[in-house]
Design a binder for this molecule. Sequence first.
Ligand code: HEC
Length: 214
Amino acid sequence: MGHFFLQLICVGTIAVFSQLGQPDDQKLRDEFRRPDVISFPEDAPYSPQVAALGKKLFFDPRLSGAQNMSCASCHNPSFGWETPAARTIGAMNEPLDRHAPTIENLAEAKRLHWDGKVGSLEEQASQPITHPKEMNNTIDDVVERLLQIPEYKSWFETLFDDGISGGTIVRSIATYERTLRSGHAPFDDWINGDDDAISQQARAGLDLFIFKAK
Ligand code: HEC
């Protein structure tokens, strides 16, 4: 009889714990579920042509002063759109002060850079071009150089009333960047309700990351 009650208490405790566990998991799942569609700002809606132009610019070293460095030199798609080193080497062959982070999944980001001081991808895109240690150029020189390239000139003139300008260059790059999304991971299966998709350690790590380690 005593044994039977002990069993009852145990089963009851497990039931209470799993009931406590369930709503928490559901809350986390709702919070971390990928959006079904990418958000584009009202004043910079998605256009496949603008994104394709932005892609061309992102991979084009002609944006840098010495034509030796593109955005992709530091945000390399082969390495998860970042640099696999603590500090990246810039166009002047000098290490930068900070690590180049991935640029995936930034369409919904409200603050950019390690210190959160940059508010939008458009605002961000001109900074590496003009930074003396990064691409070491001026916006006027980039515009001047792109105007000499007939393909760019006609693409920009087709897509934007004001053709090639600092504004249309960063608008194109930012539109392309918003399309960069990370691939499907086991974590996504967990989000979708498969409890066994990630290990117990990974599940504990998620709690630690969000709650205790903040
Ligand atoms: C020489 C290396 C280098 C080049 C070239 C470079 N970046 Fe970066 N990028 C960095 C570093 C380092 C940071 C982090 C800056 C910080 O936090 O202060 C960064 C940060 C960013 C971020 C913010 C990411 C985040 O999660 O906050 C975006 C977006 C970005 N770069 C886009 C670009 C674009 C677009 C270009 C080309 C126009 C470019 N980068 C060229 C090194 C580079």
